[in-house]
Write a protein that binds this ligand. Structure first.
Ligand code: IMP
Ligand code: MG
Length: 173
């Protein structure tokens, strides 16, 4: 892998407990159904898979693939859509599931795009939030953890495509 993790920021049990409670929050927030969960790949694959198992209301699931980072640890500011969801968003309660909000650029771009498709509502659920993004026009409704201002890997998050599989979130040395 080349690099080793420095310390565990959120362990498996912390993540499991928080994801379960987020699932309960989301369940009560959508009493009338029509929920479409949009999993932002690749980073949120593990989070979304665990999260939907804790959402009690009927839902549909689709994916978005966006690339915003290359092999380094700083934001490129470029957000490219590599896969666009096939599901029609019109009239649906759309919940965009993110792994981490850093500068907020990815979210800004994606929420703007999703809003042009006339969803009934659009909310964002992120596992981690660095609280750095100050100019977010679309506030993040569901936040798993406030994250330290470090580069984090694991539980879906990568560094140059490594570490996605580890079951905890850790910072890099
Ligand atoms: P933003 O556009 O700066 O908010 O960055 C959001 C995207 O960059 C996330 O969806 C991640 O894929 C990636 N990213 C941001 N911070 C980190 C980090 O600490 N570790 C791994 N990926 C990150
Ligand atoms: Mg990434």
């Amino acid at each position: 892998m080349g690099r080793a993790v420095k310390h565990i920021a959120f362990d498996e049990q912390q993540i499991a407990e928080r994801v379960a409670s987020l699932g309960r929050e989301i369940t009560t927030a959508y009493p009338d159904g029509d929920l479409l969960v949009l999993c932002l790949l690749k980073g949120s694959f593990m989070f979304a898979a665990d999260l939907v198992r804790h959402i009690g209301c009927p839902l549909q699931l689709d994916f978005i693939v966006a690339a915003s980072y290359g092999a380094n640890t700083t934001s490129s500011g470029n957000v490219r859509l590599l896969y666009d969801p096939e599901t029609n968003l019109e009239g649906k309660h759309v919940l965009l599931v993110e792994d981490i909000v850093d500068s907020g650029r990815t979210l800004q771009k994606l929420t703007e795009l999703m809003l042009t498709r006339s969803p009934k509502s659009l909310e964002v659920c992120t596992l981690l939030h660095k609280q750095i993004a100050v100019h977010l026009r679309h506030p993040v409704k569901f936040v798993g953890f406030h994250a330290p201002a470090e580069f984090l890997v694991g539980y879906g998050l990568d560094h140059a495509e490594n570490f996605r599989h580890v079951p905890y979130v850790a910072s890099l040395a």
